[in-house]
Design a protein around this ligand. Structure first.
Ligand code: UDP
Length: 367
């Protein structure tokens, strides 16, 4: 039996890898060990619990005020110890976090083959998103098998010179996850908003926005809500202290903005599905809203999820205050044709069977 070690450390990794873990557990000729680095402990664990996935090893690397360099070094060191003890046949990582990068590097050093889920996403701007673009490009250099969510991602990898037989188009496992979570409950979380209010969901946490750009994004949210009496906003706050400080400064005292702790994934997906409009700088949320058909303004100047733009559901509005207010205002106009055109679900990111494809491929590749 071949043994696969799946490493995860953050909320999006748990979300996108747990469906793969569950699928692997159904197969007789693969044994799976889950290694949690604990990079973002709370958000990681609550997401794993939803899928009833428990770690076989827990590296507990998170420290208060941790630097990217520090956390990367700790993961590299500790994953290496697990690899020495467990000697898996393959290490599977996902996406572009420090956990994914350092684990792929540790496996590379030990000569253990690496599989990369969500491979080939690119902005080709090394510092945007930062440090994720570097991580994903670096992981592609180290990986032996690339599981690309879309044709664009697959084409990127082949253009970069990866052997065609190592790149596989699978779809994104986020759609598998979304199907799982939406089956858990039908109830949309309420925050005491008046019936008929249009819910605007707002998330911002990218490191490259910290400082004045982030302040401008929150100011834009406040201006939008103050200008539209039937709009209420929900703003789940990322755990980073810089995000919390800025939100508290700018959003204080605005009645129709609910600043909330990040809802766990089942409530969050219900909230997304019940939203009128989403404003975000997140990566994964772009895929989820495209699958659900919820119009989304991406508060960035570039995205690695351009399929969602072509599908019509996503639009880039930049991270400047004025641009966000303008773009949102147009979509909130009564009977906006622009809005109606964006409100269409699309399967560009997957059909909900990506995990089955990835595990089928692994069974074959590890034979
Ligand atoms: N998410 C969540 N609760 C929140 C905000 C996000 O469960 O309050 C989920 C969301 O559904 C998405 C994932 O977390 O799948 C994205 O995480 P994040 O935006 O932190 O990371 P990114 O995708 O930008 O790397």
């Amino acid at each position: 039996m071949k043994r696969v070690m799946i490493v995860m450390g953050t909320r999006p990794e748990a979300l996108k890898l747990c469906p793969v873990v569950l699928e692997m557990k159904r197969r007789e000729n693969l044994a799976v060990a889950v290694c949690s680095t604990g990079q973002h402990r709370d958000m990681l664990e609550s997401t794993m619990r939803v899928f009833s996935v428990r770690p076989d090893s827990d590296l507990d690397v998170m420290r208060t005020g941790q630097s990217t360099a520090g956390v990367t070094a700790r993961i590299l060191d500790r994953v290496d110890e697990v690899l020495e003890a467990d000697r898996p046949d393959l290490v599977l990582v996902q996406g572009d976090s420090a956990t994914a990068f350092a684990s792929a590097l540790a496996a590379f050093h030990r000569g253990v083959p690496v599989g990369h889920v969500e491979a080939g996403l690119r902005t080709y701007q090394l510092r945007s998103p930062f440090p994720e673009e570097f991580h994903r490009e670096a992981i592609s250099m180290l990986a032996d098998f690339h599981f690309a969510p879309t044709l664009t991602a697959k084409t990127n990898l082949i253009r970069e010179g990866k052997p065609e037989k190592s790149v596989f188009l699978t779809g994104s496992t986020v759609v598998d996850a979304l199907r799982f979570t939406l089956r858990q409950t039908k109830a949309t979380p309420g925050w005491g908003f008046p019936a008929g209010a249009r819910i605007l969901l707002f998330t911002a946490h990218r490191k490259e926005s910290f400082g004045e750009p982030l302040r401008g994004m929150f100011r834009a949210l406040r201006r939008i809500v103050e200008a539209h009496p039937d709009v209420v906003a929900v703003c789940p706050l990322h755990h980073h202290p810089e995000v919390r400080r800025t939100a508290a400064e700018v959003l204080e005292g605005c009645e129709r903005i609910r600043v909330v702790e990040p809802p766990e994934i089942v409530s969050f997906h219900r909230l997304l599905a019940g939203s009128y409009l989403v404003l975000t700088d997140s990566g994964g949320i772009q895929e989820e809203t495209t699958a659900l058909g919820i119009p989304t303004l991406v508060m960035r100047y570039s995205t690695e999820r351009s399929e969602g733009i072509r599908a019509g559901c996503l639009r880039l509005c930049g991270s400047g205050e004025h641009g966000i207010v303008q773009a949102t205002g147009r979509l909130l106009e009564p009977d906006s044709a622009e809005y109606a055109a964006m409100r269409r679900p699309s399967r560009v990111f997957g059909d909900g069977r990506a995990s089955v494809r990835i595990v089928n491929l692994l069974e074959h590749l590890l034979k």
